[in-house]
Ligand binder design. Structure first.
Ligand SMILES: Cc1cc2nc3c(=O)[nH]c(=O)nc-3n(C[C@H](O)[C@H](O)[C@H](O)COP(=O)(O)OP(=O)(O)OC[C@H]3O[C@@H](n4cnc5c(N)ncnc54)[C@H](O)[C@@H]3O)c2cc1C
Length: 384
């Protein structure tokens, strides 16, 4: 965004929107908004402002994701166990599960179009050993997750249902019975409305370029040239966190998606993961949303540029035609990308940086699930 030093606020603008506030949140995605809402619900007298540099809406991952309400497919959990302890992996699953419940209860299932259609992991004929490993671990994961989901069997072998969905080349399928899906746009709209109704000031089109802390307050310098003061500041800029805090271990990871036009007689319902979660697809009404392929070019996709590449889009189209919708005729309606905040493992970073400065970043590909709970954790950290 262009830096404008000539921007002169009126007395009224300054008084109403930019006089010193108690907590200023930088980044108006799910985490920033849930944190602000949680702070306001716990302490209504606090003045809270959220600044986002998106030109009219928050512009990161929260308005651009796939809307999977998921907490872990078996291959992803097995992958996580390579970098995290068992306790850490199951505590992450629990945070995602509880996060989803919290979001649903705060915003309401109707407002976010939540549908409990189940999550699935599909395995092709070239993935026999991976599917054997996942099916072999199913009982262990079912025991571990029973206390979290309350389900006797969270995961079930649903390979016998494969014919219903009309795939080609898919040999096995595991269902996660606790997962669902939602409408990403409606979720963010409901959250923005909820935060504003609670008294949180949400302002877009304002980027923060620099932060300075003194013993009495924090001063932020914005892209429009005018400074803003706050007692405490929470950074929730996720993939963009290093622009303000270069010391944080957060890498950007672009995720590209496409969506089809409505498809006559679409059989496929639910959210699906393929290739250890590197590809994901779901129905959105009678359309298919399909994303992934970052593993085709890890270094090229480590970028904060919202763009698309031919390599990944071509692969998405091939898989859509040859594996997911082999018998359907359809057209692609739209393509877009969003930027995730990634790290060496899937643990978010929620921590104080100094006396008055805090951060809650690095939500990976699970921010829809974990965002509300991270907001709760961030609010607790600030109020402490
Ligand atoms: C294509 C895609 C599909 C996904 N699918 C799923 C899914 O199905 N399920 C799931 O659980 N998760 C999914 N995710 C991940 C999920 O969307 C994210 O984890 C979550 O939205 C992160 O929320 P956040 O608030 O931390 O970050 P963001 O939503 O990225 O918000 C960060 C905000 O900070 C703002 N900002 C950045 N720098 C500045 C600055 N200097 N000054 C002011 N503002 C600034 C940005 O404009 C942005 O709005 C997906 C992500 C993508 C990209």
């Amino acid at each position: 965004m262009e830096h404008r030093t000539d921007f002169q606020l009126s007395f009224w603008e300054k008084q109403t929107y930019f006089s010193s506030c108690d907590v200023l949140v930088v980044g108006g995605g799910l985490v920033g908004l849930f944190s602000a809402l949680e702070l306001k619900m716990r302490q209504p007298a606090l003045s809270i402002t959220v600044l986002d540099r998106g030109p009219f809406l928050p512009y990161g991952a929260s308005t651009r994701n796939a809307g999977f309400a998921c907490f872990g497919s078996i291959s992803e959990l097995l992958d996580d166990l390579k970098t995290l302890s068992e306790d850490q992996v199951f505590s992450l699953v629990e945070r995602r599960y509880k996060g989803l419940l919290k979001m649903r209860s705060l915003l309401g299932d109707d407002a976010i179009d939540y549908e409990p259609l189940g999550g699935y992991e599909v395995f092709t004929e070239t993935e026999v050993s991976l599917s054997d490993e996942c099916l072999g671990s199913m009982d262990t994961f079912n025991v571990a997750l029973k206390t979290i989901t309350g389900l006797e069997r969270t995961y079930v072998d649903s390979s016998s249902d494969l014919r219903e969905f009309g795939f080609s080349g898919v040999k096995r399928m595991i269902q996660n019975r606790g997962e669902g899906q939602l409408d990403t746009g409606k979720m963010m709209k409901a959250l923005l409305n909820r935060a504003r109704a609670a008294g949180v000031e949400v302002l877009t089109g304002i980027g923060v370029e620099k932060i300075e802390e003194s013993s009495s307050h924090v001063q932020l310098y914005t892209t429009h040239g005018f400074p803003v003061k706050a007692q405490s500041v929470l950074i929730t800029t996720n993939a963009f966190a290093r622009e303000l805090m270069p010391e944080l271990d957060v890498r950007p990871g672009r995720a590209q998606v496409l969506i089809t036009q409505p498809i006559d007689g679409l059989k496929l319902k639910g959210s699906f993961h393929y290739d250890r979660g590197y590809y994901y697809f779901r129905n959105v009404g009678d359309r298919i949303l399909f994303g992934g392929g970052r593993n085709l070019d890890f270094s090229g996709e480590e970028t904060t540029d919202f763009g698309l590449t031919e390599t990944i889009q071509t692969r998405l189209e091939e898989l859509l035609k040859n594996m997911i919708l082999p018998d359907a005729s359809y057209a692609i309606d739209q393509r877009w990308s969003g930027i995730m905040g990634l790290g060496p493992d899937r643990m978010p970073i929620v921590k104080p940086i100094s006396q008055r400065l805090f951060c809650a970043v690095r939500m990976g590909g699970m921010g829809v699930a974990i965002g509300s709970l991270v907001g709760e954790e961030a609010a607790t950290m600030i109020l402490r």
